[in-house]
Design a protein around this ligand. Structure first.
Ligand code: FES
Length: 117
């Protein structure tokens, strides 16, 4: 794959991800599938791999619920680690200082697309 021209993969419509919400998806990566999630916060769409740096498990117990109660931080349901939405850095919990794995996204014609290498 040409790193100068990454390919894209449409994940959902922007309308499916209202401001302040989060959603999980399984996307195809070659022959495999990978679980990711998106967060729409302050007009930005952030995307991360759905894998907590503490154990490698998924962050959500309830499907699509990745945010804490006030919607200001990403929360892992297993041991309550808290991550900043804007950069995925863990600020509290057993993996403090470590980060979620970010993915690049773009909005094109109301489609939320992942940029894949
Ligand atoms: S698995 Fe996420 S905090 Fe332990």
């Amino acid at each position: 794959m040409d790193p100068m021209h990454p390919s894209t993969q449409t994940v959902c419509k922007l309308a499916d991800l209202p401001e302040g919400s989060s959603r999980g998806f399984s996307i195809r990566t070659g022959a495999d599938c990978e679980d990711i999630f998106l967060v729409h916060k302050n007009g930005r769409i952030l995307a991360y791999i759905n894998s907590c740096p503490h154990t490698g498990g998924p962050l959500d117990w309830v499907p699509h619920r990745f945010l804490n109660l006030d919607g200001e931080l990403i929360q892992c349901a297993t041991h309550d680690a808290l991550f900043r939405i804007e950069d995925g850095v863990c600020i509290a919990g057993p993996c403090a200082g470590r980060s979620l794995t970010p993915l690049q996204v773009e909005i094109c014609n109301d489609d939320v697309r992942l940029l894949t290498e």
